[in-house]
Ligand binder design. Structure first.
Ligand code: GLU
Length: 464
C-alpha cells in the first residue's frame, strides 16, 4: 500500500483558528492511524498579510497541542524557484500562458457578461490561439494563467462528502502566477505533488478550489490525492464561528488556562464520532480515527461541554504538572510561590473545583499572597463567639508538634467546639477570614497545615 501522507498547510496571517487546529488533528490522526507521515507547510505567499509572528503562533499552537509533524515546516516562499520551473514547462507547451489583460479591461469584461446575464468568468482572450496576432501591450505586467480544459467534467470522491462533479464549463483559466509569486491554487498542487501528499484534508471552504486543482494535477501528469473536506465549525447559534461567539484562537485557550489534551479531545470530537467515545487520548483517537466518521453537517461548538471536558482533565492531572502550569499564573497575581506551601499539594487539593488553570491560580493564590481582610470583615468574623473560639484555638494549636498533621489540627478544632459548645462555623469562619484571608478554602485543617504553624499563630495574634 502507498504510504499515507497528510499535511496541514496554514497561512500565517493571524492566529491559529480552532477550525485549523481541528483539521490538523484529523490530518495527524489519519497519518498516525495508518503509520504514515504528517507534514507541516506554511503557506506564506501572501506577502502583505503573512507575518513572522503568525508563523510563530502556528508553530506554538502545533507544539502546545502536541501535534508532532514528521516533516517540515516547509515554507512556500522558499520554493519560488520550483514553482517557476514548473510554470516554465507549462508555458512551453501551452498548458499555461501569459495574459496581458489589464484590471480595467477585466472589469469591463465582467460588467458586459453580467449585463448579458452570464456568469462572470475570464473569457480566454489571451489564450495563445486567440491572441496569436495581438500586439503585446506596452507597460502591462502579464500574469500567467492555467489553461483549463473546455469540455468534460471533474469528479472526485470526497472522503467526507462523497462524489462531487463540476463541469469544466463552470471553471475558467485561473491565474497561477503573478509577479513571480504562485497563487494558492497552483502552489498547493505543486507542493502536494512534490511532498507526495496522499490525503488532502481541509476545510469545506476549499471545495470550490478542488476541481481547479484536480485539473492542474492532471495537466502536470501527477496522481490526484484523496480529498476530504471538513464542514465548518459553527458557534452555539449555528452561525459561522467567529470572535463574537467567544475564543477562537488556539493559543488563547492556553492563556485562559485550558489543558491542551482537553482542547485536543474537544476539537477532535467536534464533527467526528466513533460510537459513544467522548473522552479519549491522542493514541485512542489515532487508533480508531477514520475520515468516514466525520459528519457532513457543520459542527456546533458548545462552550459548556468544552469547559466540562477541561474540568475532567483537570481532575485527572497530576498535582506536580498542574503546579508547573499554575506557578507563573500565581506569580502574575503577585503570589510568592518560592518558600510557600508545596504547590503540587495545593493543586491536588484544589483541582477538583477548578475548571481551568486560571481558576486554579485564583483559588490557590491565598496560600502565596496574604493580604489581611479589612478591619470590618475581621470584626464581623470575630463577633458572636468567634473571638473566644479563635483565642482558645490559638492556645491549643500552639502546643501542637511539627510537622503538623491534618488529624492533629482537626483534633484541636474538635476540642474547641466541644469546650465552647459551638458549631463548627463559629470557629471555621474566623479561621478563614483571619488566617487565610480567603472566602473559600479547601478543608480547613489541611489548609492550616500548609500555611504552617508560625504563620497561623502570627496572623491570629495580630487580629485578636
Ligand atoms: N493555506 C490554506 C488555508 O489555510 C490551505 C488550504 C489547503 O489545505 O489546501 O486555508
Amino acid at each position: 500500500m502507498k504510504t499515507i501522507r497528510t499535511r496541514i498547510a496554514p497561512s500565517p496571517t493571524g492566529m491559529m483558528h480552532l477550525g485549523t487546529a481541528r483539521t490538523a488533528i484529523y490530518c495527524w490522526a489519519v497519518a498516525r492511524h495508518f503509520g504514515g507521515k504528517f507534514l507541516l507547510r506554511i503557506e506564506d505567499t501572501d506577502q502583505e498579510r503573512s507575518t513572522q509572528e503568525a508563523v510563530q503562533v502556528i508553530l506554538d499552537s502545533m507544539k502546545w497541542l502536541n501535534l508532532d509533524y514528521d516533516e517540515g515546516p516547509v515554507y512556500q516562499m522558499d520554493r519560488l524557484e520550483r514553482y517557476r520551473e514548473i510554470v516554465d514547462e507549462m508555458l512551453k507547451d501551452g498548458r499555461a500562458y501569459y495574459c496581458y489583460a489589464t484590471p480595467d479591461e477585466l472589469n469591463a469584461m465582467r460588467e458586459e457578461q453580467k449585463r448579458l446575464g452570464l456568469k462572470p468568468r475570464y473569457d480566454g482572450r489571451w489564450r495563445p490561439e486567440v491572441a496569436k496576432d495581438k500586439p503585446i501591450p506596452e507597460g502591462v505586467k502579464p500574469v500567467i494563467r492555467f489553461r483549463n480544459p473546455d469540455d468534460g467534467a471533474v469528479t472526485w470522491n470526497d472522503a467526507v462528502y462523497g462524489s462531487i462533479t463540476v463541469s469544466n464549463t463552470e471553471l475558467d483559466d485561473l491565474i497561477i502566477m503573478r509577479n513571480g509569486i504562485p497563487t494558492y491554487n497552483f502552489a498547493v498542487v505543486v507542493d502536494d505533488m512534490d511532498m507526495e501528499v496522499s490525503h488532502v484534508v481541509r476545510g469545506a471552504d476549499h471545495i470550490n478550489n478542488t476541481p481547479r486543482q484536480i485539473n492542474i494535477y492532471r495537466a502536470l501528469g501527477a496522481e490526484v490525492p484523496v480529498f476530504a473536506h471538513l464542514p465548518l465549525i459553527n458557534g452555539p447559534d449555528g452561525q459561522k464561528l467567529s470572535k463574537r461567539h467567544g475564543t477562537v484562537s488556539v493559543m488563547e485557550y492556553e492563556r485562559q488556562g485550558y489543558l491542551p489534551e482537553a482542547v485536543f479531545n474537544y476539537l477532535a470530537r467536534l464533527g467526528w464520532g466513533h460510537g459513544n467515545m467522548e473522552k479519549f487520548t491522542r493514541d485512542e483517537l489515532a487508533e480508531v480515527f477514520e475520515l468516514g466518521g466525520c459528519s457532513k453537517a457543520a459542527a456546533r461548538i458548545d462552550w459548556k461541554k468544552f469547559d466540562w471536558l477541561n474540568q475532567q482533565y483537570m481532575k485527572e492531572a497530576d498535582g506536580a504538572r498542574l503546579a508547573q502550569l499554575t506557578r507563573e499564573r500565581i506569580e502574575a497575581r503577585g503570589g510568592k510561590v518560592e518558600g510557600g506551601p508545596d504547590l503540587a499539594v495545593v493543586c491536588d487539593m484544589l483541582k477538583n473545583r477548578a475548571a481551568t488553570l486560571e481558576k486554579l491560580a485564583d483559588s490557590a493564590l491565598f496560600f502565596y499572597k496574604y493580604e489581611p481582610k479589612s478591619a470590618d470583615d475581621i470584626a464581623a468574623a470575630l463577633a458572636d463567639g468567634g473571638r473566644e473560639a479563635l483565642a482558645l484555638f490559638a492556645q491549643k494549636f500552639a502546643e501542637l508538634e511539627e510537622p503538623l498533621t491534618g488529624e492533629a489540627v482537626y483534633g484541636v478544632i474538635q476540642a474547641v467546639m466541644a469546650e465552647q459548645e459551638i458549631p463548627m462555623k463559629v470557629l471555621a469562619n474566623p479561621l478563614r477570614v483571619v488566617v487565610c484571608a480567603a472566602d473559600r478554602t479547601p478543608q480547613i485543617d489541611q489548609t492550616l497545615c500548609l500555611i504552617g504553624k508560625d504563620a497561623v499563630l502570627a496572623r491570629i495574634e495580630s487580629a485578636l
